[in-house]
Design a protein. Structure first.
Length: 45
């Protein structure tokens, strides 16, 4: 019972880390997209 709980908490922690990493990557990507969109019209001219 206790080992099952330990395993579950470890998996939950790994999922939390994964979602945190995804959020960080997503934020950086959206920031990059925003700067790219801001620069793109100037690059066209």
């Amino acid at each position: 019972m206790f080992s099952l709980f330990l395993r579950k908490s470890r998996v939950m922690r790994r999922d939390a880390m994964k979602s945190e990493l995804f959020t960080t990557i997503n934020g950086a990507f959206s920031r990059f997209c925003a700067s790219f969109v801001a620069v793109w019209p100037k690059a066209e001219l």
